[in-house]
Design a binder for this molecule. Structure first.
Ligand code: HAM
Length: 433
């Protein structure tokens, strides 16, 4: 026997029950995006590697350790499976001139790839919903993207379990001043630094702050705070955002250590976090990235956005038992097709029922078999009603009647003329066609 094949580690199959829950979440999220006037954009899952290196930053966990990069076997081009989508959306927006005729509000959904150590809530293929808003200075647009998140948690029943953390990381110039102070601090403690921190303390000291090493985090507790290096202009923007959030009734916590793991941010950054998921508690992250469009070759364009991981949202819904009953697809009617001579009629009957009752789930039996074995399948499907088309065993004639049978304890059944089957089904299920 040949050996069993399995999925790539950290990349998950979604079996029907989970996939149905995902569809429900996807429908809710995309509906909210649409309500806010955001339009969909779909970009390839593979980009040339510089798109991500230039956007996310050379000295970051994602670029240094987590990207699935390879050379195109034909032309040697360096390619990368997207680890996030802000860079790719900016690349596409520049390439197709989307940014020169006023503000743009875009959203996306799709798989992202990071070569991280898999654990609950952290995968190598995961899926993000994201919004990117271009051409607006804020803080109104910053408040809008945060409000979108708040509305989503409300729609999903997650509001009590998710907290908003915000921080102001200042302008690129502010951060240069901070980087110097941070490097000086790290130099003073060089003996206590791990290899990563030593490697980064000169090239990108901000990214030392992302360290997952508890010893580094303990040391960093006494490091200088970025907040103390932020310019007045940036502070005014941040204060105005806080006022807008308060006016919108959105509670937030300030977290001066929140710096995000990607280099493109400036001014306001935020994360929505939960206690429900253990170590992987960030369900959504974002902020302003006013320099990125120019950095990737476009005209200077202000920007803000966020992305959230749908796996983490679904884990929360599952662990809090908040899965709506409507998430699971139901079968309402099972059409039995008994006799080889009525297969075509059976297909037509099921089709006409679907046309008459577009909101119902209707399975037409396939594969033949005796009445009893088909009835068993009907019960197993969870359908409420069986519609039975049976060829006359003696004459082999096509019947002009069908039988309806309730698949409940009553077992109530009735034979009806095939032309009145729609009305009769409606009566049985107390719905009108
Ligand atoms: P990020 O913080 O790297 O930001 O990712 C956003 C969200 O994606 C996280 O909060 C988390 O829910 C989910 N996520 C990230 N990595 C994984 C993983 N390995 N497994 C499962 N879920 C994961 C960004 O990607 C930015 N592009 C967000 C953004 C958009 N900023 C501005 N616009």
């Amino acid at each position: 026997m040949s050996s069993k094949l399995s999925a790539v580690k950290g990349m998950n199959d979604l079996l029907p029950e989970q996939a149905e829950l995902w569809e429900l979440v996807e429908a809710k999220v995309s509906e909210v995006f649409r309500q806010y006037g955001y339009r969909p954009i779909r970009t390839p899952i593979v980009e040339t590697t510089p798109v991500f290196v230039r956007a996310i930053g050379e000295v970051t966990d994602i670029v240094e350790k987590e990207m699935y990069s390879f050379n195109d076997a034909l032309n040697g081009e360096a390619l990368t499976l997207r680890p996030e989508n802000t860079a790719a959306v900016v690349r596409a927006a520049i390439e197709h001139n989307l940014l020169y005729d006023g503000p743009r509000r875009l959203w996306y959904f799709g798989p992202m790839f990071r070569h991280e150590r898999p654990q609950k809530g952290r995968y190598r293929q995961f899926h993000q919903f994201g919004v990117e808003a271009f051409g607006m200075a804020g803080p109104d647009i910053d408040a809008e993207v945060i409000q979108i998140g708040a509305l989503l948690w409300q729609e999903l029943g997650l509001t009590p379990f998710i907290t908003l953390q915000i921080n102001n990381i200042g302008s690129a110039a502010d951060r240069q001043g901070y980087a110097k102070a941070l490097t000086a601090f790290l130099e003073q403690h060089v003996d206590q630094l791990d290899t990563d921190a030593r490697n980064r303390m000169h090239s990108n000291p901000m990214r030392v702050l992302d360290s997952k090493n508890p010893e580094m985090q303990a040391l960093l507790a006494s490091a200088p705070l970025l907040t103390d290096f932020v310019s007045d202009e940036s502070k005014a923007h941040y204060a105005a955002l806080q006022a807008l959030l308060a006016a919108a009734g959105i509670a937030f916590e300030e977290n001066p250590r929140l710096v995000r793991g990607l280099d493109y941010y400036n001014n306001c950054v935020f994360e929505w976090v939960t206690q429900e998921l253990g170590a992987q508690g960030t369900v959504c992250g974002g902020g302003r990235y006013d320099g990125l469009v120019e950095q990737l070759g476009g005209k200077p364009t202000l920007a803000a956005g966020f992305a959230m991981g749908i796996e983490r949202l679904v884990l929360m819904l599952e662990s809090l038992s908040l899965i709506p009953a409507s998430a699971l697809q139901v079968v309402d009617i099972y059409v039995l097709v008994v006799g080889e001579g009525v297969v075509a009629e059976g297909l037509a009957l099921a089709r006409s029922l679907r046309t008459a009752f577009p909101d119902l789930g209707i399975i037409g039996h396939c594969g033949g078999g005796k009445y009893n074995s088909q009835l068993k399948r009907a019960y197993a499907s969870g359908a409420r009603l069986a519609v039975i088309l049976e060829q006359d065993a003696d004459t082999s004639a096509t019947p002009n009647t069908v039988k309806l049978r309730r698949l409940d304890d009553s077992g109530q059944s009735e034979t009806t003329d095939i032309d009145s089957v729609v009305a009769k089904v409606g009566e049985f299920l107390s719905i009108s066609a």
